[in-house]
Design a protein around this ligand. Structure first.
Ligand SMILES: Cc1ncc(COP(=O)(O)O)c(C=O)c1O
Length: 479
């Protein structure tokens, strides 16, 4: 046999190890499904936080294959048991994530099929599924049918796309960047500042709009700032409001801010990454009045739709503004474009090859329908109310009535109040039964509770209250 053929025979034999047969697939799946089930079955009673460290050496990749049971053991003990358990209902810090099992099945099928969802030509089904998800979002947020959108990896990239469109629509790069002005609050998510830097607007002029006693931006102050900037010959171009800030969950007055932005012909961007899906709840609808007036909108299904991390969404009304930065015709892709095709997701985002992420959103929506999502969101709002009722009974002070499901509290002290509350949070983290985080409002250290996991129920809040009670006893004994 000639050498080439012999070498190919050997290589084929070796490389076929990558392509499992039916029996091997079932055995492999069952091995890993076992730890998935164990992990899920323990969620309710297990702790939410462990500060144990992990080291890269544990995950070292070797030339030889390793035993499946050992591999799943590593994942279980080194990943699933350390840090914040973000699949647990006890994750009540930052903005909790989700982890719907039906979405995980979607990811599994997306990876198995490996559908190329960046171009219509490559997978019309995957692309139309993405557009069906985006159409549902357009309808929910009062956006016109012809708005364009994209399913991104998360809120940060979604914000980046929206802000790039604002920059291009107002031709900000055609003049010295410092002349252009952006208006936002100090509670605007930091990914917006990052995005501005990434898109060449690090030196843009940023004006901070004052907040009212509920941490919402004051439209009158916004107006005042714009007027002053026009007077000194600057170029206001962008107003950013939040539908649910990360710090306190505040809903900016979207409709009033829209009126100001429209009056001065500025681009209106709303970051609804955290709060957006609360629009599904009847009692909160009024807070979302005016959301459809935004030029660009960010929503995060891996927050309010309880999907596993890795999916955000952006909607933009002005098509040309988005295409200016993202549309590209490469010679080698000449057969993949046709005027008959719908817009390619690759023309709306920095990504070409992308995870087929529509399936992780579409599948749970199809399997469950929307009603359980609405119920879970309303439950989170009422749990927030319940928590606030219970926490004051322990002598804590609480922030103003929250717009959504983030609330904050602190133990009042005549002196060293910040230090006492910091130590209290440390005690909660040492316990790890549930996970809480903190923020600073002016100079005050406050503890935050953010309720957004679909697995958080009344029993979780009762567990949190018990943990807080024990932490308070412990810290009071020390001080
Ligand atoms: C209001 C808000 N905007 C944007 C983001 C960033 O989104 P992501 O973490 O999905 O990139 C977050 C994250 O918590 C957020 O709360």
């Amino acid at each position: 046999m000639d050498d080439l053929i012999e070498r190919l025979r050997l290589l084929e034999k070796e490389s076929k190890l990558l392509d499992l047969n039916d029996v091997e697939r079932k055995a492999t799946f069952s091995n890993f499904e076992k730890i998935a089930s164990e992990f899920l079955n323990e969620l309710e009673d297990g702790n939410t936080y462990s500060n144990a460290k992990s080291y890269a050496s544990i995950f070292e990749i070797k030339e030889e294959s390793e035993n499946l049971v050992d591999i799943s053991g590593t994942i279980y003990s080194e990943v699933m048991q350390k840090g914040i358990n973000a699949a647990s209902g006890g994750h009540l810090g930052y903005i909790p994530g989700g982890g719907l099992y039906t979405s995980a099945i979607g990811d599994y099928l997306a990876a198995v099929s490996n559908a190329f969802s960046g171009m219509y030509y490559a997978s019309p089904g995957a692309v139309e599924m993405e557009y069906a998800c985006l159409n549902w979002l357009k309808e929910l947020f009062d956006f016109p049918k012809n708005a364009i959108g994209n399913l991104t990896s998360g809120g940060s990239i979604a914000n980046l796309i929206g802000l790039t469109a604002a920059r291009d629509f107002h031709k900000v790069l055609d003049q010295p960047v410092g002349k252009s002005v952006v208006y936002m609050s100090k509670h605007t998510h930091h990914c917006v500042h990052k995005a501005l830097r990434i898109i060449g607007l690090a030196n843009v002029t940023v004006r901070e709009i004052e907040l009212d006693e509920n941490n919402r931006i004051k439209p009158d102050h916004l107006k005042e700032l714009i007027e002053k900037d026009i007077e000194i010959n600057l170029s206001p171009f962008l107003v950013i409001a939040s539908a649910g800030t990360t710090d306190t969950g505040a809903m900016d007055p979207l409709d009033e801010v829209a009126d100001v932005a429209k009056h001065y012909k500025l681009w209106y961007h709303i970051d609804a990454a955290y709060g957006g899906f609360f629009k599904l709840v009847e009692t909160k609808k009024a807070l979302f009045e005016g959301i459809g007036k935004a030029d660009s909108l960010v929503i995060d299904p891996h927050k309010g739709l309880f999907l596993p991390y890795g999916i955000g969404a952006v909607l933009v009304k002005n098509r040309e503004a988005v295409l200016k930065s993202h549309h590209y015709l490469a010679n080698y892709m000449q057969d993949a474009t046709d005027n008959e095709f719908p817009l390619n997701p690759a023309d709306v985002s920095p990504e070409l090859t992308k995870h087929f992420r529509a399936l992780r959103m579409w599948l749970p929506m199809k399997i469950h329908g929307t009603l359980p999502f609405v119920a879970a969101l309303e439950e989170k709002l009422l749990l927030t109310e319940y928590f606030r009722r219970e926490i004051v009974k322990l002598g804590f002070s609480i922030g103003p009535e929250p717009d959504l499901s983030v609330t904050y509290f602190w133990y009042p002290k005549n002196d060293s109040q910040n230090e006492f509350n910091q130590n209290l949070l440390k005690a909660f983290h040492e316990s790890g039964e549930v996970f809480l985080s903190s923020t600073k409002l002016e100079e005050k250290f406050v503890i935050r509770m953010a309720i957004l996991s679909f697995r958080t129920h009344r029993s979780t809040i009762d567990k949190a209250i018990e943990m807080i009670k024990s932490g308070l006893r412990l810290r009071s004994a020390h001080s």
